[in-house]
Design a protein. Sequence first.
Lengths: 440, 438
Amino acid sequence: MSNRTELPCAKGLLGLAIAGLAVLAVAPVSATTSDDPAAILVYPKVVVDTSGEWGPPSDTLLTITSNPTQSAPKQAHCFHVNSTGNCANSANEPCRTSADCDNPVPCVPNWAETDFDIFITPNQPLAWYASEGLSRGEFPIEGPGLCYNPVSQTYLGPCFSQFQCGPGYVCQITKESGGLNNVGSLIPPVANDPYIGSLTCVQFDPASNPPVPDTSATRNALTGDASIIALDSNTSKAVDVAKYNAVGFRRLPEGGNTDGELFLGGPNAEYEGCGNVVILDHFFDNATDPMSVAGEGSNSSNGVFTTELTLVPCGNDFTAIEPGDVVAQMLVFNEFEQRFSTSARVDCLYNKRISNIDTPNSNRSIFSAGVAGTIAGQTRIQGAGGAETGNGLTGVAQLFVATDIGGTDPRCIGNTLCSSAAYSLNRVGGVPGGDTLTMP
Amino acid sequence: MRGLTRSHWLLGLGVLLAIPVVIGRTARADINTDEPGSIIVFPKVVANGERDTVIHLTNTSNMNLGVHCFYTNAYSTCENDPNTVCTSDLGCQDPNDPNDVCIPRWEAFDFDINLTPQQPTFWRVSTGRASDVFATPCTGSTTCSCTVGAGGGLSCPGFTSTLGAFTPAQGEQFIGELRCYEVDPLDPDSLQPMAFNKLKGEAFLETLDSGEISAYNAITVQANTSLEGGLNDDLDLFLNRVNMGNGEYNACAESISFTSHGLDDDAAILNTGGEVDTEMTLVPCSFIESEPVPVQVTILSYDQIEGRNSQSLDFPCYFSERMSNPNLSFLWDADSNPDAQFTKTEFVVNQGTLCWTGEFKGESCNTNADCEGAIELPNSNSGLILGCLPAPGVFGVHEEFYSQGERPEGSAAASMYNHGAKDTDDLMIVNDLGGGGD
C-alpha cells in the first residue's frame, strides 16, 4: 500500500502525464460495461459519513468478485481516489461543497490516491465497508494452512503461502480453495470520515513477478458493486440502500503491453474505451413522484424527486498525481423534445444535485421540472477539453424521493426524509483519442 | 387484453451435490444494461397494491422510433391458499403444505408507443398513462405532478403522440415483465423489427407505504445492423449473434450472476445488526406471446471460501423468489455457515433441448417427435414448431431488502452479470397470435 500526497484539484494547466493519444478519423465503439466481468472496475461514488456530519450516517459496502473460467487466483490492484475537499478556513473540516462548511467559505477541492492489493480466489466474493476496509486476519482465506501433497495425500507443517511448502506440496488453507488464498491482501479504510471519492481496481496477474496487468486468457474476471447505505436515527425510517454495479473496462485480446500506462480505447487501445457520450435518464428535480398522486394508492404525499449525478474522468495519472480533467457538455431533453444545454468541469470527481449543476438556485435550473416543463428527462453528456489523460467520462446517478415521514435529510429537496436508488449511466460511441490510466 | 388459457406446468426440483460444472466459455454476450439496444426487457415489474413500478423509456436517436411492447403478467396464486401470491411452486410449498402448487397465470398484452427524437418518457404501471396532448407543461409557480385523468389513468405534463391511452393500466394484480422492441415508426402495425439500437430505460420500484425505492437499468439486446446476415423480414426474432458474426440479435448469456449478502440474522448494517434478504427475478430470454417458455437453470452459490452449493430449478416463464424461501435458503445460510455472509450466486442455463409445448412440456428431448402435442405456430414465418427447442437463456435482476428492528424494509436493486454467450438460439415470436398491436 502506498499513499500519495494531496494535490489541489482545480488546476489551470494540464499535468505531466505521458499520453499516447491520437485523434482518430472515426470514433471507435465504446464497450465499457457494468454487466460483464472486466479487467478494470471503476466505482464512481464511494461515500462515508459514519457520524452524520453531512446527512444521515452513511457508509458504502463495496464488493469485488473473481469470475474466472479457469481455476486461477486474481489480483486486484486498487486505488482509493479521495476527492474530499476541506473548508478554506480549516484544513481539518472535510467538505464536498461550501454548503458543508460551517461558515460561508469555499470548499477547497483535493485529490489524493491510496493504492493497495487484493488477492482473490476463483469465484470468491469479497465485501467490506469503505470506512473500515479489511485488515490482515479479516480476509476469509488467510491461514495458516497446511502444506499438502495431493498425490501422496500427506501433510507437512503449517504455511501461509506457497513458497513455504516444498516441491509437490500446496499450501492448503481451505479444502475448497485448493491452496489458493487471500494472503498478501490489505484494504485500507478511506482516508477521511466524512469522505467522498471513487475506487478503481485493475486486474493483475499474480503469477508474474512483479505482478503486472493481466493479459492471460482469464484477463477479464472482475465484477463488483457498491451499496451506499444510510441509517437515519429516526427508527421509523427504513434503511436506505442504493446499489450500483461498478463500471468495467475489458482487456482486449491482442496488443498492448504490461506497463503501468493503460490505454482505454483510442488508437493504441489495450482496454475497451469509455463512451463518447454518456446518457443520464432522469426525472427533473422538484417533480412530484407519480406514485404520490392522491387517490392512487400511495401514502407518500410528499414524494418529490431529486437526482444526484456523479461523474469521474476515465483517465487519471496516478504517477504524476494528476487527476483527469474534463469539461462535461450536457444536452438536456424534456418530453417535448425541447433542448437545453449547460456544462460543468469534472476534475477528479464531480458530484452534484442536477438542479445545482447550472445554478445554485435549483428552482431556476434547466434541470428543474418548473423550467423544463415535464417530469421525465434525458441528458446527454460528452467530455471535452483536450486533457492529456483523455475526455472520457463515466459515472452513476442516485435518485432521491422524499418520503412522508417527519424528519430532515439534507440529501433531499425540502430537507425531508427520503429514500434513494442508484442506477448506471448509458454510454454511446467511443472517445476518439481514448483515455489513459497511468499507474505507478 | 389478450389472455391465455393455462398451460400445463412441469416444475421439478432437485438437489445436486457439488459437482464441478464445466462450461465451455465462448464469446461474451452483448446483452447489457448500459448501452441502448433494439430489444429492451424489464424483468421485474410489480404493481400489486403494496408496490408499484415507474417505467422510464428513452429514444436516444434523432428520429422517430416505433416501439412495440408486451406486458406479461405472471400474477399467480397457490392452489391450497388463494391468498398467497406466487410465481412458482416454491412460493407455495412450506413445511405445513409441502405439496401445494402455484396455479400458473400467463397473460401477455401488447401495445405500441411512438417516441419522437431524443424523447424521454415514463409511466406508472398500475395506472398507465393517459395520452393528453393538451397537458400543460410545468411552470415554476406550479407543482409539477401527474393528476388522475378522466379515464382513470394518470395524466402527466409532457407530450404523448398516441391518441387514447398512452400506456395501458395494469391495475394492482400485476407481477411480471415488460418487453419491447423497435418497429418501423412509419408502419408500427406491421410489427416489422428494426435495427436502430436506440432504446434505453430504467425501472423504479416503490413500496407505497414507506416510499422506499429501488431502481435497475433495463436489459437491452443489440440488433445486427448489417444488411446481410442481420434482421430478416419475418417476425421471428432470433437472439443468436455471437461476436460480430451473422445473426439477428446478440445472443443471451450462458450464465448470469450477482454478489450479495447471504442469509444472516445478524448482518452488519453500518455499525448495527440487521437482516438482509435478496429477491431474485428471472425471465427467459425467449418469448412467445401465446405460450410461457419453460426454463431450466442450475443455481450455484459460492461462499467466501469458495464453498459451493447447487440446486436445479425449473420454472415456466417467470421466477421471483427470495433467498429465504425454505426450499432455497440452504444455498445461502450464513447462520449455519459464517463464510456465507457474502455469496456469489450464479444461474447456469441448461445447455440441452426441451419440449416447449405439448404433453411433455419442460422435459428433455431429442426431436419434435419426443414432444407429443407440440404446437405449430400458424403465423410463424420460420415455420416454427414449438417442440424440441434449445433451452432458453435468462435475464435477471436482484433486489436486496434490508430490515433492522421495527424499521420498514429498505430496498436496492441491480442487474446481474453476464458470462459467456449461448451457442444455441433464443427467439422472440411476436406475432404468433396474428394481427397487429392493440
